[in-house]
Each structure stands twice: as C-alpha cells, then as structure tokens.
Design a binder for this molecule. Structure first.
Ligand code: NAP
Length: 269
C-alpha cells in the first residue's frame, strides 16, 4: 500500500453501517465520523428522536443516514433491524455496538434487578448485535467489520461499577471468540475500550436536570480523573470515534480480535 492509498483506506465509501447508541456521545460521534468517511449510516438508539437527530445532522452535512428506534436488549428487534437494513441497502458492512448504560453501587449490595438490566443492555445487547450483523456479514463476498464498546473498566479494578465492569470484560471475550470463529469468512471483530469520556453517561454527575452544568461539581469529578490519567486529559467522543473509524475501515484490515484503548494511558496492556 503506498502512502495515498493508506490514507484512502480510512474511507468507507459505499459501505452500509449500523451504529447502536447513535443518539448520544460516542455512538453519535462514531455515526458522524463514518458518514463523513463515506458510509451510509443507520443510526439506532432506544431514544428514537435522538437517533433521528443524528441522522438529520449527517444528511445536513451532505451524508447519507437514517435514524431508527431500537432497544438492543430485545433480540427480535435487533434481528429485524438487520434484516430490514439488508432489504433496504443490500448488505451491512459495518456494525458498531456502542449502546450502553451505567449502574453504580457497591458490589456486596448490588440488587439482582440492576444486574439483570445492565447484562441485558451491555452484554446481551452486544451479543445480539454481533449475531445479527455476523450472520449477514459471513454471507457477503466482502465480509464486514464489527466494533464493540468495551471500557477501561474491563482493564482496571472498578469499584462501585462492578456489574458494568463485568459486562465490559465479557464484551472483550465475546469479541475475541467471535473474531476467531468468523475470521476465515472475512469478518473482523474488534473492541474499543475508552477511558473517561465526556458524554451523557459521565456528564450526569454534574449536569443539572435543566441541562446546565454545575461547574464546581464538574471540576470535582474531572480533576481526579485527569490526575489519574498519564496524558492528564479527559476524552472527547471524537477521540473514540477515530478508533471506531479505524476498526471499521480497511485501514485495520489485518486487525481482528483486538481491543483498541483510547484511554489517555489510564490502562496499558
Ligand atoms: P451515552 O452518551 O449515554 O450514550 C449511550 C446511548 O445508548 C444513549 O443514547 C442511550 O440512550 C443509548 N441506549 C441506552 N440503552 C439502550 C438500549 N437498550 N438500546 C439502544 N440504545 C440504548 O454514553 P457514552 O458515554 O457515549 O457511551 C457509549 C458506550 O461507550 C457505552 O457502551 C459505554 O459503556 C462506553 N464507554 C463510555 C465511557 C465514557 O467515559 N463515556 C467510557 C468507556 C466506555 P439514553 O440516553 O436514552 O439511555
């Protein structure tokens, strides 16, 4: 590959991508990045309005996108979306399982309902996405790329978010095992494991119900995060979208079963 081809290998023109959790944060930034690189992007989110908004921003910027409501914890709904996208667009080349939720609390007191809820979205939801996308991709001449959202919480001890960390560690093993199973069919499966990124998930610690920011609280949350990070910085959704684009595109054509860690250095493996 010469240098100009190498840069072009990040483009995803003519590809069809499905991004879950595309209404907000990392999923939204990933949808915009893939669309900017040429993909037709199906933006899926449990909050349909926010997915439609992301798609509208894609179209407004001259790209191709549509927004749909999807609860990733409902297997039938995930399968239906994959079938519908194939019927409408002729295939699926990229599927990013980004949707996720956070549940907090000390492990000894963790209620079973909380565990069931987070497993349903953060682990089963990712598996359902992998199954629906993988079934389509293994039958395609040009294969495909699946990208799963893990977390630095899978790499380091994660007090107070143990069920979340369990799910994210499970995503890593799912990613590796599936990558091994379907690699020979031309389908790559990788994960991104972000460090602390400013999104709705993390902003809720300091964003008031009316949407304004409690700046004192924000600094109280972010200062120790920065201090614990070798790069002394907090991630932005685009920092993770860049990794998603790399993994989705041919730039990573020799990469599968891997965990890419845009985390400011908070975990080094
Ligand atoms: P976010 O801004 O809250 O975005 C997550 C999106 O997923 C939201 O739009 C959310 O909708 C949606 N969602 C929730 N449950 C869903 C379901 N059952 N089906 C479909 N969509 C659903 O969070 P984010 O920070 O961008 O997180 C994206 C992913 O990155 C997550 O998997 C998260 O665990 C992971 N991650 C984030 C960080 C971080 O620091 N932000 C670090 C490591 C990993 P609602 O808002 O309506 O719930």
């Amino acid at each position: 590959m010469d240098a100009s081809t190498l840069i072009d290998s990040f483009r995803v023109d003519g590809r069809v991508a499905v991004i879950t959790g595309a209404g907000s944060g990392i999923g939204r930034a990933s949808a915009l990045a893939l669309a900017g690189a040429g993909a037709t992007v199906v933006c899926a989110d449990i909050d349909r309005d926010s997915a439609v908004e992301t798609a509208a921003d894609i179209v407004g910027a001259g790209g191709r996108g549509e927004g749909v409501g999807l609860d990733v914890s409902v297997k039938r709904a995930v399968d239906d979306l994959a079938e519908r996208v194939v019927a409408d667009h002729g295939g699926i080349h990229i599927w990013a399982n980004i949707a996720g939720i956070m549940v907090e609390g000390p492990v000894l007191d963790a209620p079973e309902e909380d565990l069931d809820r987070i497993l349903a979205v953060n682990l089963k939801g990712v598996l359902f996405g992998c199954q629906a996308a993988g079934r389509v991709m293994v039958g395609q001449a040009d294969g495909g790329s699946i990208v799963n959202a893990s977390s630095a919480a899978a790499d380091v001890p994660s007090p107070n978010v143990v069920s979340y960390a369990m799910c994210k560690a499970g995503v890593v093993q799912l990613t590796k095992s599936l990558a091994y199973e379907i690699g020979r069919k031309g389908v790559r499966v990788n994960a991104v494991a972000p460090g602390f990124v400013l999104t709705g998930m993390t902003g809720r610690y300091f964003v008031r119900p009316d949407g304004t920011v409690d700046e004192e609280m924000q600094e109280a949350v972010l200062a120790p995060m920065r201090k614990a990070t070798p790069l002394r910085s907090i991630g932005e959704p685009e920092d993770i979208a860049a990794a998603v684009l790399y993994l989705a595109s041919d730039a990573s054509r020799f990469v599968t079963g891997q965990v890419v860690r845009p985390n400011g250095g908070v975990a080094m493996l």
